[in-house]
Design a protein around this ligand. Sequence first.
Ligand code: CAA
Length: 388
Amino acid sequence: MSVGIDEISFYTSNYFLDLKNLAEMQQIDADKYYQGIGQEKMGMPAPDEDVVTMAANAALPLIERVGADAISTVMFATETGIDQSKSAGVYVHRLLGLTANCRVVELKQACYSATAAIQMGCALVARQPEKKVLVIASDVARYDLDTPGEATQGCGAVAMLITANPRLVEIDAEVGNHTEDVMDFWRPNYRSTALVDGKYSTKIYLRSLKLAWENFREASSLAFNDFQHFCYHLPFTRMAQKAHKHLARVNQSELSPESLDLQLEDTLIYNRIIGNSYTASMYIGLVSLLENGKQNLAGSRVGFFSYGSGCVAEFFSGKIVAGYEKYLHRDRHQRMLEARNEVSYDEYLKLYNDVDPTDGGEHLKGAGTTGRFRLAGIAHHKREYIAC
Ligand code: CAA
């Protein structure tokens, strides 16, 4: 019996800023963003949208297919927690109509925790193969204005069903880990924006990649050349290109521009126009690969490098299942991306500053989310979510 990802769906906001507008305001060359960090657009959540509504929007199509009764556990990965105590997943549990017998928990370790959720989900399913685990990763990447991180903001959520004999990706048991107490990126409880030592964070990312890979090699017989594709954590797409070249060097492998393109580029298409979505970003990269792959990917071996600042990193592997293409949500995803509204720089600033409505969302009329769920307001310190 194999275990892994049976179905995958993602959601992002209906608003985005083209980074050429940010570059224009900053009086710099737009190619610093388009080429230098490899990002074109960044998603901005509507004021009545947060990790809960994005997560419910991502998961709804999966629940509509399998039925609410089918889910035994929800694991909600995020580093944009809305409450220090209550799991964001419990709100999603109600919005999706899941059963009272379904367990729900939130996991945190920067951008890494969705990978922990998947590994734990696989372990649960290996023990009870009739169970289905819903893993959701949902985040809003926010940095201070006028900082180097600003252009790497974004938002998105991904929902994955973890099952026995999955229809999309079989996950191998062997993993490589690297954990180290470092301060490359963090967000203290009293801040709504992350702090980051940007250059240092990219160094730690690459070091963790090497060390997690070496640990993986001790556990697995798979070598660099056994992989046809690689999905990396995607704070910005250029980071993955640097990482892949780094891993090739570590393995003393020739990496021609054609191989780099074949092994990586299809994973970057969606993130380049969504931006960083922290826990969700590598898995949106996987969707991008599955939905934009130039050839049929059945049987391809994929290497995954999941990185969460602070830091915990994991390299693991998976195999794409024959017939996978029948179970994708490609058309819906592409329609959603095409239907987004571009905002001006001034509108972006308004969205940036307009979070957590306390007036019952009254000021949002006509300017809110187009998703199926919204944050209706916050009253008496309680967040109220509704279906639209
Ligand atoms: N045309 C083409 N390229 C240009 C250019 C132009 N006109 N102008 C500059 N560039 C290039 C630069 O040469 C540079 O390329 P190299 O990296 O190859 O040297 C690239 O654009 C970026 O330029 P800078 O190094 O000057 O950029 P910066 O210092 O202003 O910001 C950053 C870069 C530090 C990564 C910043 O975006 C940042 O702080 N981001 C947030 C932190 C982050 O994402 N870290 C990643 C690892 S941590 C992680 O992965 C967890 C997470 O999700 C946050």
